[in-house]
Write a protein that binds this ligand. Structure first.
Ligand SMILES: NC(=O)c1ccc[n+]([C@@H]2O[C@H](COP(=O)([O-])OP(=O)(O)OC[C@H]3O[C@@H](n4cnc5c(N)ncnc54)[C@H](O)[C@@H]3O)[C@@H](O)[C@H]2O)c1
Ligand SMILES: O=C(O)C(=O)C[C@]1(C(=O)O)C=C[C@@H](O)C=C1
Length: 318
């Protein structure tokens, strides 16, 4: 192999990467990038001094602090890994530090709102490529991350119209480098799809665990005592970070409200089937949903066993 080509193949994809927000997702990116040699230098900033201290102790970056602009200065790629509602403020804070040609991205679970918040702050010549890795857990903070989080998971890019193709390709390469499968769509489409596949399930989990907790005063501790399988799975989801999920619902209002409407209609139909002993309707729905679950397993995106916790424990060693 010619020497120059060999050097290029061995070189990291990104020279200087900056990560703002070193929680579950930010620290997983730092670990994956480190493990796979995807960046030469990683600068980390988190406004919480305790999170920054933990990141430093864990050796997640080459430079760790609390100043987002300092981390973003001279960076080739800056990834905002903060709650959706904080993206605008962080973009404003780093804007003047960004170098021409830098790529700014994020990992927010909602996309249209992030575009509206971030884009107005970015100077001309800086490329904005929003992203959402569809992978996570109910845990948060720098210690919760792990390098294998994105392995064989989707990462959705939502570049605005007219986005620089080279910047989009560079971000795609970075996510593929971390083991993710990349898909591109509009921010609006993303928000509609995720409202049903991720946001509504979380809302249902928060609601059912809240209802059960309220009932606990009636049934004493029986709700917790006898909670097995189904309910226990809901409690995992309902343990997810309150700040993150408050922001998701407030920033994807329209799509979530649309899905709640659809959900309520279908729930009313189920209640009717139960009231009128319409066993066929129940059986038909449960047969359809079982096929959907089996289809997901066949696609290799899930195991047949309940896998909570194990999936994380089995992640690549660091
Ligand atoms: N948790 C998941 O499963 C998951 C999955 C995919 C995407 N996301 C998205 O990733 C983002 C981060 O989520 P997470 O789970 O890593 O949260 P997290 O709570 O683990 O970490 C967020 C970090 O951001 C820091 N932060 C908050 N505001 C800041 C600011 N203004 N400046 C600097 N740092 C700030 C916090 O101190 C914290 O350390 C969110 O936008 C979320 O929607 C989360
Ligand atoms: O596995 C979990 O704990 C998750 O909730 C991860 C999950 C999801 O809903 O799939 C949560 C929010 C993110 O934006 C992406 C992934």
């Amino acid at each position: 192999m010619p020497e120059r080509l060999a050097q290029r193949l061995a070189a990291p994809l990104v020279d200087r990467l900056a990560i703002v927000g070193i929680g579950l997702i930010g620290s997983s990116i730092a670990r994956a990038v480190r493990q796979r040699g995807l960046a030469r230098h990683i600068a980390i900033a988190d406004h919480d001094p305790a999170a920054a201290d933990t990141a430093r102790r864990l050796g997640l970056g080459d430079a760790v602090g609390t100043d987002a602009a300092a981390a973003a200065r001279a960076a080739d790629v800056v990834i905002l890994c903060v709650p959706v509602g904080a993206c605008g403020a962080v973009a404003a804070a780093i804007a003047s530090a960004l170098k021409p040609g830098a790529i700014v991205s994020d990992v927010g679970s909602v996309k249209a709102s992030v575009v509206t918040q971030v884009a107005p702050h970015l100077p001309l010549g800086v490329h904005f490529v929003p992203a959402h890795p569809v992978a996570g857990t109910e845990n948060s903070g720098p210690e919760a991350g792990f390098a294998g989080l994105f392995l064989n998971r989707w990462c959705i890019l939502t570049p605005p119209e007219g986005a620089n193709p080279e910047a989009v390709a560079a971000l795609r390469a970075l996510w593929e480098g971390m083991g993710a499968n990349v898909e591109v769509m509009t921010a609006e489409h993303h928000d509609l799809v995720l409202a049903i596949t991720s946001h509504l399930p979380h809302l249902i989990a928060y609601n059912i665990v809240g209802t059960a907790a309220d009932l606990e005063t009636v049934t004493r501790s029986e709700v917790i005592k006898f909670s097995a399988g189904g309910f226990r799975d809901f409690t995992r989801i309902a343990a997810s970070d309150p700040t993150m999920w408050r922001d998701v619902f407030l920033h994807n209002k329209d799509a979530v409200l649309e899905m709640i409407g659809r959900f309520n209609e279908d729930l009313a139909a189920l209640a009717r089937a139960i009231r009128w002993s319409d066993g066929d309707a129940l059986f038909e729905l449960f047969t359809r949903t079982r096929a959907i679950r089996r289809g997901i397993i066949d696609l290799g995106q899930e195991t047949a066993e309940p896998d909570f916790g194990r999936r994380h424990a089995e992640a690549e060693p660091e």
